[in-house]
Ligand binder design. Structure first.
Ligand SMILES: Cc1cc2nc3c(=O)[nH]c(=O)nc-3n(C[C@H](O)[C@H](O)[C@H](O)COP(=O)(O)OP(=O)(O)OC[C@H]3O[C@@H](n4cnc5c(N)ncnc54)[C@H](O)[C@@H]3O)c2cc1C
Length: 388
């Protein structure tokens, strides 16, 4: 038997089907050809190359875990593997795919009318229509239940007013899924971004997720037809079920960023010579690699287990919280440890490590902070709610 592959120490590859491996290899190759050559420049310039949306659509990665309406209908594990490979390139690209597929297409697919599905999903699957998801507000982040954005009835129209903050894809989106208070509780609305009264402006000076668009949305009495509302869901169940879908992708994606850091540090340590020998030969460096490889393999195994549960219809939001809490925390630790192995070189964009580490700071916060996932687990374990 050959010795274990440092990049797949537990031979998790063996647990995948041929089709899952094919999708994984396709996305890995695409990231190698299309993301890695440009990412340092995009990150430095603070740009998201919007044209890549069409390529992601062509690959079938937009809404890939949904069935029908031009979507691929892949299983959850394949979707997870795609997220992992995309985030090994950069968290910004996995974020784009998560927002498009899980936060925008999923609610239309799950809670939309047949007309809404036919109108929006096929073009979102190709990347011709870009979506954004407006839940967070300037004063309501972890606690969106008390959001101020409101939708009022005026005859047979809806009138939406409010502000949404930190919205991925906001200024490049054609369609915004906006969550708002109504007399019946929180409801979702499909808002074309060229509607009069809708404005998006980008948040600048970010030091994290720089190759991703993050915006503020202002809705100033935006008038929408009666059928702009998502008919099949009322209350926080709507946005929370979308978040659960996207968080599932993050459980996998975080391991992609971690793998990229680990690979980079391993290569570096084998060639960087101090005291007359490669730093990979020092015991303290080897302890770092042993710990990182253990967490990387455990985290990937956890993602795969959750993926199999999802495909069997047994995955609960609390399970996803455990995955997000663990895998983002461990990925960030792996990124920081890898950074130490690179020494001073680790602080530059010449290597992917500091970029991943900075990106993972956002990933730790969005889609539920680590504190919120801890509270979700606390409630699931004890039966006591400790949020408020
Ligand atoms: C790059 C980026 C992209 C994003 N994209 C989107 C998007 O597309 N759509 C969208 O709607 N939102 C998006 N967000 C917003 C994100 O979901 C919120 O930032 C997140 O929910 C946290 O909200 P907040 O930043 O207002 O922090 P706050 O809620 O103010 O929290 C601040 C701190 O207090 C802690 N805290 C809060 N409540 C408790 C409690 N009960 N107990 C203990 N600690 C608590 C938090 O964990 C955190 O550490 C994005 C954010 C970022 C950074």
């Amino acid at each position: 038997m050959s010795s274990p592959d440092p990049l797949d120490f537990l031979d998790l590859d063996h647990l995948l089907s041929d089709e899952e491996r094919q999708i994984r290899d396709l996305v890995r190759a695409w990231v190698g050809d299309n993301i890695l050559p440009g990412i340092e420049g995009w990150f430095e310039a603070g740009e998201f190359p919007k044209e890549i949306a069409l390529q992601l659509g062509e690959l079938g990665l937009l809404g890939m875990h949904l069935a029908g309406y031009g979507c691929l209908g892949a299983n959850a594990v394949s979707y997870g593997l795609a997220c992992l490979e995309l985030e090994a390139g950069d968290s910004g690209f996995r974020s784009f795919v998560s927002v498009q597929g899980s936060l925008c297409m999923f609610p239309i697919w799950r809670f939309g009318s047949e007309e809404q599905k036919e109108r929006w999903l096929p073009k979102m699957a190709t990347g011709e229509v870009i979506g954004c998801f407006g839940l967070t507000e300037p004063d309501f982040g972890s606690d969106p239940t008390h959001m101020r954005t409101a939708a009022k009835r005026d005859g047979d129209e809806w009138v939406l007013s409010g502000t949404k903050m930190w919205i991925t894809n906001g200024s490049i989106a054609d369609l915004a899924v906006i969550w708002a208070q109504t007399d019946d509780g929180i409801r979702g609305f499909l808002v074309p971004t060229d509607s009069p009264g809708f404005a998006a402006s980008d948040i600048h000076r970010k030091l994290s997720l720089r190759a991703s668009v993050t915006s503020e949305l202002v809705l100033d009495e935006v008038r929408l037809p009666e059928d702009a509302i998502l008919p099949e869901v009322t209350g926080m169940k709507g946005p929370l079920s979308c978040l659960s879908e996207a968080r599932f992708g993050i459980v996998w994606g975080a391991m992609g960023a971690a793998r990229s850091c680990f690979m980079c540090a391993l290569e570096y340590a084998k060639t960087r010579v101090q005291w007359g020998r490669p730093i990979a030969g020092f015991q303290l460096t080897q302890e770092k690699f042993a710990d990182m490889a253990t967490e990387l393999n455990k985290g990937t195994l956890l993602a795969l287990h959750l993926g199999r549960m999802k495909d069997e219809g047994r995955l609960r939001p609390e399970h996803v919280s455990m995955g997000k809490l663990n895998n983002v925390r461990e990925a960030l630790q792996i990124a920081r440890t890898s950074r130490t192995i690179l020494g001073a070189s680790g602080i530059t964009l010449e290597y992917p490590v500091i970029r991943h580490a900075n990106n993972l700071e956002s990933v730790l916060t969005y889609e539920g902070t680590s504190e919120i996932h801890t509270l979700i687990l606390g409630q699931a374990l004890t039966g006591e709610r400790a949020f408020d």
